[in-house]
Design a protein around this ligand. Structure first.
Ligand SMILES: [Zn+2]
Length: 88
């Protein structure tokens, strides 16, 4: 099975966390995973950047406050991406 590093972005502060080795198994779009955030200095939910979930999508969600302080996503990813594309 192919190993690759995926970038993760903390949904609380919006900063990139340490990259994480992942197996090639596909996750759902914008998968959230508990990781240590060096900026928040605690474990937070971090969004996984992948083929179908880009940094641009994450920034859009973050700037539109789609995450609570506890790192819970409010609207569905697909809804947010649809909004993002309609704004263009
Ligand atoms: Zn953080």
């Amino acid at each position: 099975m192919q190993k690759e590093t995926h970038d993760f972005y903390c949904v609380v502060c919006g900063n990139k966390t340490l990259p994480c080795f992942r197996t090639g198994r596909l996750r759902e779009k914008g998968h959230l995973k508990k990781l240590w955030c060096p900026t928040c200095k605690k474990e937070t939910n971090c969004a996984e950047i992948s083929n179908n979930y880009t940094v641009e999508m994450f920034k859009y969600e973050f700037e539109h406050h789609n995450f609570t302080e506890d790192g819970i996503r409010i609207c569905k990813v697909d809804t947010m991406i649809k909004n993002m594309l309609e704004e263009k």
